[in-house]
Design a binder for this molecule. Structure first.
Ligand SMILES: C[S@@+](CC[C@H](N)C(=O)[O-])C[C@H]1O[C@@H](n2cnc3c(N)ncnc32)[C@H](O)[C@@H]1O
Length: 215
């Protein structure tokens, strides 16, 4: 049974880097692919939603030395850890704010790239819809969206993960498999491309898309 969003955020505040160690076992390939898809021109405005311990954020900021890279999260433990990590890496052009996916504190059309990995799969569907509305709002027309999350297994052996990840066991971080391509199209995102892969028990969906060009 899924736990309420506030409880989930408390959980992430407590687990900090422990979560990262577990994650590396089941999602390192997906993370590497996300970094490839996020690679863009230096000088962009980049937002990561739900930064966790900040490993992805450091990669995004390093690839964007003349740009602006911003991360948000709701869990104080994760915010502190990601700030510590940016500072340890000597990165000055990135910051982490306390904010949620459904209520982003940025004006319209602020970002060239929004990315969020293993976050939407822990949100209730109403919040996923709110988050996609926010991602579309803060992206400039034609801006890039890159998402990665746990998805239902497409091969028999990957479905063991569905049961594990749907169980709400603490190690699984309360996520469950979701598919987002249809929803993205419903929200007007264009050039929606889906990639599927699984590592050990965990099937992931990576989706890239472009924000609608408003006419
Ligand atoms: C599974 S972790 C993923 C962290 C990071 N993206 C990664 O892959 O390492 C989920 C993160 O989303 C954060 N989170 C949960 N609900 C959120 C929300 N509504 N808005 C922003 N972040 C949220 C949690 O605090 C946690 O840091």
């Amino acid at each position: 049974m899924a736990r309420p969003p506030r409880e989930v955020v408390r959980f992430y505040s407590r687990v900090g880097r422990l979560f990262e160690v577990w994650g590396r076992v089941v999602d390192s390939r997906a993370r590497a692919r996300v970094q490839e898809l996020c690679a863009g021109a230096d000088g962009e405005a980049v937002l990561e939603v739900g930064v966790g311990t900040g490993s992805q954020l450091v990669g995004l900021a390093c690839a964007n030395p003349s740009g602006r890279t911003v991360g948000v999260d709701l869990a104080d433990g994760m915010i502190n850890e990601s700030r510590r990590r940016l500072s340890a890496a000597g990165i000055a052009n990135a910051e982490v704010l306390r904010a949620g996916a459904c209520d982003l504190p940025f004006v319209d059309d602020s970002f060239d790239l929004v990315c969020s990995i293993y976050v939407l799969d822990i949100l209730p569907w109403d919040d996923i819809r709110r988050a996609l509305t926010e991602f579309r709002r803060v992206l400039r027309p034609g801006g890039r969206l890159v998402l990665c999350h746990v998805t239902p297994g497409e091969r028999r052996r990957h479905r063991i993960g569905d049961r594990l990840y749907g169980s709400g066991l603490p190690l699984t971080g309360n996520c469950r498999g979701i598919r987002l391509t249809s929803l993205l199209k419903e929200y007007g995102f264009e050039q929606v491309i889906r990639e599927y892969g699984a590592q050990l028990l965990m099937p992931s969906e990576i989706v890239s898309a472009r924000a609608p060009v408003r006419g």
